[in-house]
Design a protein around this ligand. Sequence first.
Ligand SMILES: Nc1ncnc2c1ncn2[C@@H]1O[C@H](COP(=O)(O)OP(=O)(O)OP(=O)(O)O)[C@@H](O)[C@H]1O
Ligand SMILES: [Mg+2]
Length: 499
Amino acid sequence: MGNYNSTKKEIKNYICARTPLIVIDSSERERVERMLKEISSELNIELLYYTDEKKACHLNGGSSRDVDDPLAFISQTFRKNRNSTFAFGDIKRISEDNIYSREVLNILYLAKETNSTLILITADNVWSRLASFGMLTTLDYPDVDERIHQINQFVSRYRSRFKISWDETDIRMAATLMRGFTEIQTENILSTTLITNNGLGKENLAELTAQKSKLYGAVSCIQAVNVPKGLCASGLENLKGWLLDKRRIFFASDSELESRDLTTPKGILLAGIPGCGKSLSAKMVAKEWNLPLFRFDIGSVYDKWVGESEKKMKEALQFIDNVAPCVLWVDEIEKALSTSDSGNDTGKRVLGQFLFWLQESKSRVFLVATANDISKLPFELFRKGRFSEMFFIDLPNKREREDTIKYYVNKSLHKTLPDEVINSLVEISEGYSYSDIEYSVKECAQHALTEGDEAINSQLILEKFKRIVPIAKANPEMVDRIRAWGTEHAVAASKQEEK
Ligand SMILES: Nc1ncnc2c1ncn2[C@@H]1O[C@H](COP(=O)(O)OP(=O)(O)OP(=O)(O)O)[C@@H](O)[C@H]1O
Ligand SMILES: [Mg+2]
């Protein structure tokens, strides 16, 4: 793991020590090329370089030449000149034992003999026999300082032609949002935003995050979720208060956290009765914290082919680390994770991978996991340090029902009901979930749409409400079971009051 400067220093040391092989793990070839150019002039060495597109060339200028067989050309170079350094930018098929990687192996024996160094730039694994010849170094995506530098350069390049009102703080914010992008991606996103808006203003900062979700939409088990601007959740005061407190910590700077030996809050588990706002709360976190929301379908990671599940999980976790800062939503986590309990080893390994990441990841990812049936959750999930807090969402109490009724009546029926009607609805809806209340009001709204607003009267609204068979009546055992667990193991999401 390394940023530009630390990786560069590492590579310089390896070259000076004449390590036969240096593997640079990176998918950003241009950035590595620039780094190698700098190294070549700082160390004052000739650095030969090959890619399919550039052919063989000296990195610090000079013409390129076509070669039929790059590996044969490298051997030839090492034989002719001792102490050579050769970088290969398009290397493929070296993750396993095959004729090609055997040929590279021979070159490495030769490099050792001639005191030369072969540099391979690849984002793939390297066959273990090759790897044993050298040192591996990883060039991470640009860090925040590199991104600030890149954005500053971009801004100065276009300032004379476009209206750009970003100040130092805005550039820092843009750099924070662009975490997880390669240099080229950052350039593309900045250009697109600049062209679309014919300039760059403060109001365009949020667009950078939107671009981010689009760019990474390709991982099949993770989807970007759009959070409606007007999203609103009634009640749940304890949960809302907790989120307000933790927001400050989630966005604290690295140095603030380090100085107090703290980490950012990892996430919350929301358990509760169906239809009471678990999924809605996940969206609420993203909205309140102004972060992109991603939904992770852990179930779809499992694959029947050996090794595939682990690979998919690794890709998914890497993706999440890249798109951070973000909110990661795992809905009905018990369903996904109970697959891991079916006695097969893959399931356990994949779960282990996820839990390890959850504990160790340094990325600013806030996990919101929801669960209906807690009894099915693997015990390891509850160990300290995994979740910052576990909340239990109960059926709405009297005040919450009143707020919810008023909210939906206003939103869908565009009216305010007299107090006595509201009071009756609050009484009738005892034991209803939030979604039961929403459903009843929307039934009336449908009626209003077909029959006209005049057709809606208090009588009709009361009738629609009375038709609901609430979950507390339909399945009281389930409600009791979830409540019993919630009271013992979790914090109430709502402020307690008379029901
Ligand atoms: N606190 C709330 N305020 C307003 N509306 C709510 C609230 N909670 C839930 N709703 C509404 O009820 C419906 C169901 O909510 P949601 O999907 O979040 O419930 P859930 O707990 O995830 O249910 P399930 O267990 O079935 O997945 C949604 O349409 C949502 O808008
Ligand atoms: Mg849900």
